[in-house]
Design a protein around this ligand. Structure first.
Ligand code: SAM
Ligand code: SF4
Ligand code: F3S
Length: 441
């Protein structure tokens, strides 16, 4: 009988990529993917440590699994991802229901630790070994099978922003070999992928021998089956000249730049150890807008960082009004154990909440405005799948916005011209525009 594995994924796209690669790996030892966790023999939780309560979320989830399996055979319980890396042995001690703990740079060992596991012997693997991980995954095909696929090109971070756990949970920056990435991109293209999203905690710090992110973009776009290329997440400091210039030459790079800024105040950026100023950020914005005025920006913001005063917050609002970010993320600062900012005096919670609401309302307005501006226009949509009720199709605009329209199954994997007739903050609705095969907006 086939063994079944269920993976629940929290956190960023890199965790999603990893979860899919874990599925690809355990298939080799007889596991098949299941979407129902009550019929799984193996339950894997791929965790995120970025904000508070991350640990508690994991234990809460284990509690749920315990209940579900109370009257059934216990599944093999594996904790993977960034909480696993940060907590390692502690998790095995605190929750005996957990069998194995494995960190993000040790997934090349996943098959062996599952095969060698006995319920009497708990195991923990949290070594940083990104080279072996990617050499291993390189031998196992990426069976994403999706129209839009993630492809991790870089892992880890050397920047040590004072608020962030990533350098501790993902380890030092590592860039995969250029050829290894191209092979994976080619395989994805040959198996139906139309859009590749290049991933890294600092994707634009990609640096392998003489190759940079710009080289990868230009090389991948030579694959005729690939229609769109995106990359995330970038750091302003690594927005190099060649990467800016690639927007002049690339035909497939999408015009949405996700460039986290965190705050509009130089004082706060300095306290956060972000290593760039707001003027430098504006400079990148101006350069890209000059190359293509249709380029839009999205960002991440941290509100209520220790030391943030009204004046600093107003600078963030000003920045948002100027740049008109779309699809952005904003959170209140959450102290993370082991980081420089962990023990700083926290700001007044009520004030931070008020600021968060203000900023989110501004960001939502930008998004609404952007979506409204597309009504009555025809845009290009890459169709990804049928809607749940199967009466329409779902796709994405060049700016990653969800689009629902009256397409057919045959449209999946194609770029289709859609006339937008309605919108809300997160979704555009429209009809296929048969009069246009051309990009209009
Ligand atoms: N490397 C990216 C960069 O330089 O901005 C960010 C990667 S991080 C995984 C994603 C986002 O989580 C950050 O941009 C930040 O806004 C948010 N974040 C990280 N640590 C946080 C913390 N301690 N509290 C609140 N938000 C946090
Ligand atoms: Fe975290 Fe800063 Fe590294 Fe981004 S650049 S992953 S925010 S430490
Ligand atoms: Fe979370 Fe780790 Fe990603 S902490 S955001 S899963 S790198």
């Amino acid at each position: 009988m086939k063994q079944k594995i269920f993976i629940k994924t929290f956190g960023c796209q890199m965790n999603e990529y990893d979860s899919n690669r874990i599925y690809d790996s355990v298939k080799k030892i007889g596991y098949e993917k299941t979407e129902n966790y009550d019929d799984a023999n193996c339950y894997l939780l791929n965790t995120c440590h970025i904000r508070d309560k991350a640990k508690e979320k994991v234990y809460h989830e284990i509690g749920r699994v315990k209940k579900i399996f109370r009257s059934k055979k216990k599944p093999l319980v594996i904790i993977a991802g960034c909480v696993a890396q940060a907590e390692n042995q502690e998790m095995l001690k605190r929750e005996p229901y957990i069998d194995l703990v494995i960190g993000p740079q040790a997934y090349h060992k996943i098959n062996d630790i599952i095969l060698n596991h006995t319920y009497k012997k708990k195991a923990e693997e949290t070594e940083f070994d990104a080279i072996s991980k990617f050499e291993y995954f390189n031998k196992i095909k990426n069976n994403s099978g999706k129209i839009s696929s993630f492809l991790t090109i870089q892992e880890g971070c050397d920047k040590f922003c004072h608020f962030c756990v990533v350098p501790y949970t993902r380890g030092p920056e590592y860039s995969r070999p250029f050829k290894q990435i191209l092979d994976e991109a080619k395989y994805l293209a040959d198996s139906g992928t139309q859009e590749i999203i290049l991933l890294g905690q600092n994707v634009n710090a990609y640096n392998n021998e003489k190759y940079r992110l710009s080289d990868l973009i230009l090389e991948i776009e030579k694959y005729s089956d690939i229609k769109r290329i995106r990359y995330t997440t970038s750091h302003p400091k690594d927005m190099s000249h060649d990467l800016v210039e690639v927007y002049k030459h690339s035909k497939k790079l999408m015009p949405l730049v996700h460039l986290p800024v965190q705050s509009g105040s130089n004082k706060i950026l300095d306290l956060m150890n972000r290593k760039h100023t707001i003027n430098e950020y504006y400079k990148i914005y101006d350069q890209l807008k000059e190359i293509n005025s249709n380029i839009q920006f999205s960002s991440d913001f941290i509100i209520g960082y220790p030391g943030e005063e009204e004046e600093d917050f107003n600078s963030t609002i000003k920045l948002i009004q100027k740049i008109k970010f779309i699809n952005s993320y904003s959170f209140i600062f959450s102290p993370r154990p082991g980081t420089v900012a962990a023990d700083l005096k926290l700001n007044d919670k009520k004030i931070s909440m008020e600021r968060l609401e203000k900023i989110q309302s501004q960001l939502y307005d930008n998004q609404m405005h952007m979506n409204k501006s597309l009504e009555d226009k025809t845009i290009n949509v890459l169709v990804e799948n049928l809607t749940d009720d199967k009466t329409q199709v779902f796709g994405r605009s060049e700016y990653m916005t969800s689009v629902i329209f009256n397409g057919k199954k045959e449209d999946i994997g194609k770029i289709v011209a859609v006339k937008i007739n309605k919108s809300n903050r997160s979704t555009l609705f429209g009809e296929r525009d048969f009069s246009s095969n051309q990009k209009v907006a």
